[in-house]
Design a protein around this ligand. Structure first.
Ligand code: NAP
Length: 336
């Protein structure tokens, strides 16, 4: 028997989730809910989904459809309320990032999840780039020595230019609905990748920002200084104003590992002598091509996790730590 899936928020990213579920043999899309009848009906017709709901009727979807799985792809300010209702209806959850926009919302979700045996995944699909487990193993095997510094530059031209949300609501640039600016949008991915590669962060040591190209109240350009538990120093720079870039540099006592997530040959090392390192040599000609996009790999992983009833990562704590990171940075805004 297939797992019954319902999706809330049939917009730009919701459609990527929908196509992922249709490609997975262990589940079946049975219902879709969106803000407007138009988006819900379009998705229903495109993906052949029988249950169609709009407006506040996502609640009726949870009551009527006896779902095993709910994917939450609505605007950020709705994630927590929808997650809590989905837990009450005993649904396993895949939630888009950021999973919530306040400490209170994070606590409310955590309390509910603790009382359940449900599987919860945060939609950190960037982790599924095939070069990342390799980079992680290079670090763990000390091939570039002891890590002391890491930085990630992640930029594009932002929603409505680089990324086109479908809904007419224009919520991305509304501080109350998005929960912040570019740091809430891209910074959550960035800290998640660094936590995955380097380990848990201990605190935010600095935050600097400007609003330089968009007509919004929050930041569209910023850098955050981070301290990790292992004393590594980190810098995340995210922007909605610059040429697309997605580059992580990890500096160790023996050399530097660079990951360019936009490149076909994403991994490089400095100095050149590192090529002689036995461990790095072993992986040098690795093939990083993939036949599925990250979001679909994440959905397959999530479905397997639900079937095996074994919680795997990226889980709720990963989503929570990423939002806490952003909120901690925002708390430093006044001390700029
Ligand atoms: N993981 C990633 O890399 C990634 C990338 C992009 C976006 N995202 C996340 O995905 C989420 C959606 O972003 P998006 O770009 O897809 O935005 P979007 O195109 O604006 O989609 C939002 C969807 O939510 C629907 N919605 C609004 N209010 C609703 C309600 N009360 N009940 C049910 N549905 C409602 C909208 O419906 P209508 O269209 O009918 O108005 C729209 O379909 C955000 O949290 C965003 O951060 C993640």
């Amino acid at each position: 028997m297939k797992l019954k899936v319902g999706l809330i928020g049939a917009g730009g990213f919701g459609n990527i989730h929908l196509s992922g579920y249709t490609k997975n043999n262990y589940c079946q899309l049975v219902a879709v809910a969106s803000g407007t009848k138009k988006s819900a009906t379009l998705a229903s017709e495109k993906y052949n989904i029988p249950g169609v709901y709009w407006g506040d009727d996502w609640k009726r979807m949870l009551e009527n459809e006896n779902l095993d799985i709910v994917s939450i792809c609505s605007p950020n300010y709705l994630h927590a309320e929808m997650t809590i209702e989905a837990i009450k209806h005993n649904c396993n959850i895949l939630c888009e990032k950021p999973i919530a926009i306040s400490y209170q919302e994070l606590n409310n979700i955590e309390m509910m999840l603790r009382k359940s045996n449900l599987i919860y995944f945060t939609s950190f699909q960037k982790r599924y780039n095939p070069c990342l487990p390799y980079a992680k193993s290079v670090i763990e095997n000390n091939a570039i020595g002891e890590i002391n510094f890491v930085r990630h530059i992640f930029s594009h031209y932002g929603p409505y230019t680089s990324w086109k949300p479908l809904s007419q609501e224009k919520w991305f640039f509304n501080a109350d609905k998005a929960g912040g600016g570019v740091l809430m949008d891209l910074g959550v991915h960035s800290i998640d990748l660094l936590r995955y590669l380097v380990g848990e962060y201990s605190k935010v040591e600095g935050f600097s920002y400007n609003t330089s190209c968009k007509d919004i109240v929050n930041e569209d350009n910023c850098s955050v200084l981070i301290r990790f538990l292992n004393d590594v120093l980190g810098v995340i720079t995210v922007s909605w104003c610059n040429e697309p870039s997605d580059v992580i540099e990890i500096y160790g006592t023996k050399g530097m590992l660079k990951i360019d997530l936009h490149s076909r040959e994403p991994i490089s090392f400095k100095p050149k002598i590192l090529k002689k390192n036995q461990y790095i040599k072993m992986f040098w000609k690795k093939d990083y091509s993939q036949n599925k996009i990250g979001q679909h790999l994440l959905i397959d992983h999530f479905i397997n996790s639900v079937i095996s009833k074994k919680q795997e990562q990226p889980d709720f704590i990963d989503g929570k730590r990423a939002v806490e990171f952003v909120l901690e940075a925002y708390s430093k805004k006044n001390s700029r």
